[in-house]
Design a protein around this ligand. Structure first.
Ligand SMILES: [Zn+2]
Length: 113
């Protein structure tokens, strides 16, 4: 996005120079105004490109639906109560490894309604 901002700013600046040049050659007030507007737009684009915009951070948040869900989590094989240490995230799926019987399986994500 930064490069695009500089690019657009540069193009606008170039257009501004062309209009301003044409304005001084033809003594045209309209071209002078257009040139000034383009110059302002160019400055604004470069300002935007320089300033730190809101960077879109993609964070994969894992929602375990609170601790209450985990407290009720029991091993499929032996029925032992599992804590958060027994649960791990891998490739976006929740895996459970039972510390008591050693069974590991993928936990089906329950719908939240
Ligand atoms: Zn178990």
């Amino acid at each position: 996005m930064k490069t695009a901002g500089y690019l657009i700013g540069g193009v606008l600046g170039l257009g501004a120079l062309i209009f301003l040049g044409s304005a001084s050659a033809n003594r045209s007030l309209r071209h002078a105004l257009l040139g000034l507007v383009l110059l302002g737009a160019a400055a604004f684009m470069i300002y935007l490109a320089r300033s730190k915009g809101p960077e879109v951070k993609v964070t994969h948040k894992v929602d375990f639906t609170g601790d209450t869900e985990l407290e009720r989590l029991r091993c499929e094989a032996c029925g032992a109560q599992l804590d958060s240490d027994a649960v791990e995230m891998r490739e976006g799926a929740i895996y459970v490894k039972c510390p008591y019987c050693g069974t590991s399986y993928q936990l089906e994500e329950k719908p939240k309604w």
